[in-house]
Design a protein around this ligand. Structure first.
Ligand SMILES: Cc1cc2nc3c(=O)[nH]c(=O)nc-3n(C[C@H](O)[C@H](O)[C@H](O)COP(=O)(O)OP(=O)(O)OC[C@H]3O[C@@H](n4cnc5c(N)ncnc54)[C@H](O)[C@@H]3O)c2cc1C
Length: 465
């Protein structure tokens, strides 16, 4: 091996240069760096990136390429063929990457590692996405946690005290000059112009954007987070989810900075840390139950009598159900590629309980529409809402969108923001505009809450033996 054998750094869901362990190791190997990204829809199969994710990704890659002085090289196709072939062609000294935990990626990456080793090329992978590897936090008997609170308190909080979570950063000295791959503008990402505009108008993808967003949250959002996070009309959530999903900011950095924040109340800080651990919990579930994106974690739900009704689904998807908080959420999703967590729970409950439509429909729509679409978080959260997941909300708890709206958006600030047709409705009628007596261009409710609630509870009976 001589000094020209490049170290390939394969970027995946760690689109940053700071506190990126794979990147650091490649730089520290002393070899010239060859940074690459592979858009692999072939191996992803049904979990190929949704439209919204692709619109985010291209912006994020453009930002990363800029940080790498234009040296990031792009490929499209099956990574299990592209990476070993590339490593052979450029005579790589090694390939370095951050681990991902989607079942299809675990399977593919094991194959790539074996192939590289067989060709005498080093393959080194690192934890770049989580606080803890999914097989690290286990119950004392060695089995995975099924309930969140002990996972958080006995698992995560204990483990953070015994783990080095310090942020480490390296800077590149030399880039490899191999003429491989393509220019980013030549890859076909099949983008959608509305979603591209939604990214540009509302977000700043990439490492700098993630850091700016995090600093804004530290300055204005964390104080009062515990209560404020429930009110979608206020600015009390971090909006870090797409940045964390694509690894534009290191989870270790977020954890550290929040933990050491001195201006905010400890209750707010601890609550935020617990939300970060919900993300860890979802990844643990996916790792130990790889069937989670498709199968009910509680088998008794396999007999559940879901309805099949495209018309209702379309009304839900378009935000035309006639229930303002539900419609505002679905329109926020279409307008911004994001939806506030409280509203995700309300629209989810409406779909699976009032409409009695399978949680898969909601999960698939979110997968395509969210900038933070994440296989672990999305599947675990939909199973949670549908009551068929691990430590999930009981199926018999059915959110009433009127009550939820009155409680969490009392003046209708959030509703008016996303449904301009309701802008002039007084606060007392904003959650039931049909009683206002004003002529408005807004649908009347498509279903009756009381009878659909009864229907859902009756359907629940089918899960009992
Ligand atoms: C039906 C449904 C589907 C969801 N799909 C996704 C998804 O595809 N991708 C996704 O990242 N989150 C998903 N969530 C979880 C949650 O709604 C989002 O993570 C959160 O709204 C993101 O906004 P934020 O960054 O402002 O959150 P904050 O409140 O600021 O939380 C900080 C971070 O903690 C993590 N987090 C917060 N809540 C949760 C949670 N309940 N589960 C897992 N991680 C959490 C996220 O990484 C988030 O960025 C879903 C929730 C529901 C109810």
């Amino acid at each position: 091996m001589n000094k020209t054998n490049p170290a390939i750094i394969w970027f995946r869901q760690d689109l940053r240069v700071n506190d990126n362990q794979a990147f650091n190791a490649a730089v520290e190997s002393g070899m010239p760096i060859l940074p690459v990204y592979v858009l692999d829809n072939e191996n992803a199969g049904e979990w190929a990136l949704g439209i919204a994710s692709r619109c985010w990704l291209i912006q994020s890659l453009t930002a990363l390429n800029k940080s790498l002085e234009g040296h990031l090289r792009f490929f499209k196709g099956p990574a299990d063929q592209i990476i070993p072939k590339l490593a052979n062609e450029v005579n790589a000294s090694g390939v370095y990457w951050g681990r991902c935990y989607e079942p299809w990626r675990i399977h593919r990456d094991q194959y790539i590692k074996t192939t590289l080793h067989q060709n005498n090329i080093q393959a080194k992978s690192f934890n770049n996405s989580l606080l803890f590897e999914p097989n690290r936090i286990l119950k004392p008997d060695g089995t995975p946690y099924k309930v969140f609170t002990p996972f958080f308190r006995n698992g995560c909080l204990q483990a953070t005290q015994q783990t080095d979570l310090t942020v480490k950063t390296a800077s590149v000295r030399v880039f490899d000059q191999s003429p491989v791959g393509e220019d980013i503008n030549e890859l076909d990402f099949s983008l959608d112009s509305n979603l591209q505009a939604a990214v540009q108008n509302n977000w700043q993808p990439g490492e700098l954007g993630a850091l700016n967003q995090f600093n804004r949250f530290l300055d204005h959002g964390i104080q009062g987070y515990k209560e404020g996070r429930n009110f979608p009309g206020t600015d009390h959530v971090s909006r870090l989810s797409p940045h964390l999903h694509f690894g534009e900011i290191s989870i270790r950095q977020v954890w550290h900075s929040i933990k050491n924040e001195t201006e905010a109340d400890r209750e707010d800080i601890e609550h935020f840390l617990s939300e970060l651990c919900w993300r860890e919990f979802s990844y643990n579930l996916l790792y130990h139950r790889p069937e989670m994106p498709r199968k009910n974690l509680q088998e008794k739900f396999d007999k559940f009598p879901w309805r099949d009704n495209k018309k209702d689904f379309n009304k839900w998807r378009l935000g035309e159900t006639g229930y303002p908080i539900v419609d505002a959420g679905m329109r926020e999703l279409r307008q911004t590629g994001y939806m506030h967590n409280r509203v995700r729970m309300i629209v989810g409950s409406f779909l699976v309980k009032n409409m009695l439509l399978h949680w898969h429909h909601g999960k698939d729509w979110f997968w395509d529409s969210l900038f933070d679409a994440d296989l672990a978080n999305n599947s675990a959260s939909w199973q949670w809402i549908a009551g068929c997941g691990a430590d999930s909300m009981p199926y018999f708890r059915i959110f009433n969108p009127i009550t939820q709206g009155r409680k969490f958006d009392p003046q209708g600030v959030y509703i008016r923001r996303h449904i301009p047709e309701l802008a002039k409705i007084p606060a007392e009628h904003i959650h039931m505009p049909w009683v206002a007596g004003t002529k408005i261009n807004y649908p009347t409710p498509i279903l009756d809450l009381a009878s659909t609630r009864k229907r859902a509870l009756k359907a629940l009976g089918s899960t009992r033996n």
